[in-house]
Design a binder for this molecule. Structure first.
Ligand code: AMP
Length: 288
């Protein structure tokens, strides 16, 4: 596996190869099976797989966990090597944001909803770094997890709106045996918190079963959401940011539980913010 730390090193390796062969998996590192599932998919579909690890300051708010975000470069490198990754891009903050850097990419509308309402500027930071990475790596295909469904939908919109020649591939959420969505932030959880965290997915699946089996009249969104909320809150000291049932294209709230829909939760458990979702009635394969 080649390592590039600068754009110059990256381009030197990729330039002769041509864009059509390259699959790309952007990450913030501290890798787990969720990340590796994206790598495996890229390896299966592309001639060459590039992974980036960059903890992007632009997508963290001033009181968020940028400083304590978990990092382990050595372990990540060996995991990626085992997966047969061709090139790992490990840029520094200065390489990505040199002095005087000012540009921002915004996708208004989608970016203020769900997590955006609680993390102002977050999705602009994500879009800005992903557009930069796309320009540096110039992939034909890019792989993202649907665990971060809003992120995927916003990035897909950015790619469409800006005519970027990248196929956006949304991949299913990888979970622990008890249903908890894999996340680098799960290491923040205490033993007790870890044992109650899977209630989020249990509440989501129960609601999803109800939505999928509903006959007319359809249940109201309010009814479904109240049940999800009470299941989560009765399991432990969660502080819920939101439980929402939205249209997966517009992310606008639905009044009735109809398909397709995105049922999404963000909740704090102690110092850890957990997010999870279920996408219903949508082709979860190719996102473009
Ligand atoms: P992160 O390192 O958290 O920025 O995530 C990098 C990529 O991995 C994003 O596209 C995430 O959506 C994806 N990802 C993170 N966790 C999971 C998971 N449990 N299942 C599938 N994809 C994931």
């Amino acid at each position: 596996m080649k390592i590039a730390r600068t754009v110059k090193e990256l381009r030197k390796f990729l330039e002769p190869l041509g864009r059509e062969r390259v699959g790309f998996v952007p990450t913030m590192g501290y890798l787990h099976e969720g990340h590796l599932s994206l790598v495996k998919r890229s390896r299966a579909e592309c001639d060459l797989t590039v992974v980036s690890i960059f903890v992007n300051p632009a997508q963290f708010g001033p009181n968020e966990d940028l400083d304590r975000y978990p990092r382990d470069e050595e372990r990540d490198r060996s995991l990626l090597e085992k997966e047969g990754v061709d090139l790992l891009f490990l840029p520094s903050v200065d390489e990505m944001y040199p002095p005087g850097f000012a540009a921002r990419v915004e996708v208004p509308g989608l970016s203020e909803r769900l997590c955006g309402a609680f993390r102002p500027g977050h999705f602009s930071g994500v879009c800005t770094v992903v557009l930069k990475l796309f320009e540096m790596v110039r992939p034909a295909r890019a792989y993202f997890g649907l665990k971060d469904a809003q992120q995927f939908l916003i990035l897909r919109r950015m790619v469409r709106d800006l005519n970027l020649p990248v196929a956006m591939i949304g991949c299913p959420t990888i979970r622990e045996g008890d249903g908890l969505a894999r996340s680098s932030r799960n290491v923040y959880l205490s033993e007790e918190e870890r044992s109650i965290a899977p209630v989020i997915y249990r509440a989501l699946t129960r609601a999803a079963d109800r939505i999928e089996s509903a006959a007319s009249p359809l249940p109201s969104a309010g009814e479904i959401l109240a049940e999800v909320r009470s299941t989560i809150e009765s399991a432990g000291p969660f502080k819920i940011d939101y439980v929402q049932l939205v249209d997966p294209e517009t992310l606008c709230d639905l009044k009735e539980a109809r398909l397709p829909c995105l049922l999404a939760v963000a909740a704090w458990l102690g110092r850890t913010r957990l997010i999870d979702n279920i996408l219903l009635g949508l082709d979860k394969g190719e996102g473009s």
